[in-house]
Design a protein. Structure first.
Lengths: 111, 111
């Protein structure tokens, strides 16, 4: 799987939008961008995934650049409960596959 | 509905002891994964089952690690003759094609 690069940490004020970047410059044409997050003492939780179009669900929005070499996860109105480590992962959508996690971004939401 | 459960949540072992970690996946999920997460790191893949068949065990760090899923539901990860470097959180995930659902993990501390 292609590797991803994320900043190790970010801060955001409560109520503001949190924008988490991810670089995946070696992504292949059939690889999707997935985001998971891991709240302290819990297992990772799926957030969203996309191929090339922007995606939105009840948790977040995913913006993928036209060349697909980078993406941004947007939490539109961050709350204290969004404090977590966020992982950007690329993978093919070909049945169940192991996830290759990087170091992730530790996002801290400040009151 | 019930998610993935793991037991015990915490395990302290003396060096050289054998341990067994249990995972109860979401009912009906064919795929099951084990990951190891060292402190401050992202999870790393250990092994993968499809039903009772262990299709990938490339991530198991040594022959002291053994996993089974005899009836295609509950899985057990066994570590023999534990070493201090085995101290980590062990995560189990069951999967649909698009998404992996993680349990809370078992924190193993080897003294």
């Amino acid at each position: 799987d292609a590797k991803t690069t994320q900043p190790p940490s970010m801060d955001c004020a409560e109520g503001r939008a949190a924008n988490l970047p991810c670089n995946h410059s070696t992504i292949s044409g059939n690889e999707y961008v997935y985001w998971y997050r891991q709240i302290h003492s819990q297992g990772p939780q799926y957030i969203i995934h996309g191929l090339k179009n922007n995606e939105t669900n009840e948790m977040a929005s995913l913006i993928i650049t036209e060349d697909r070499k980078s993406s941004t996860l947007i939490l539109p109105h961050a709350t204290l409960r969004d404090t977590a480590v966020y992982y950007c992962i690329v993978r093919v959508l070909r049945g169940a596959q192991k996830l290759v996690f990087g170091q992730g971004t530790r996002l801290t939401i400040n009151p | 509905g019930a998610g993935v459960s793991q037991s015990p949540r915490y395990k302290v072992a003396k060096r050289g002891q054998d341990v067994a970690l249990r995972c109860d996946p979401i009912s009906g999920h064919v795929s099951l994964f084990w990951y190891q997460q060292a402190l401050g790191q992202g999870p790393e893949f250990l092994t993968y089952f499809q039903n009772e068949a262990q299709l990938d065990k490339s991530g198991l760090p040594s022959d002291r690690f053994f996993a089974e899923r005899p009836e295609g539901s509950v899985s057990t990860l066994k570590i023999q003759r534990t070493q201090q470097e085995d101290s980590a959180v062990y995560l189990c995930a069951s999967s649909t094609d698009n998404e992996q659902f993680f349990g809370p993990g078992t924190r193993l501390t080897v003294l």
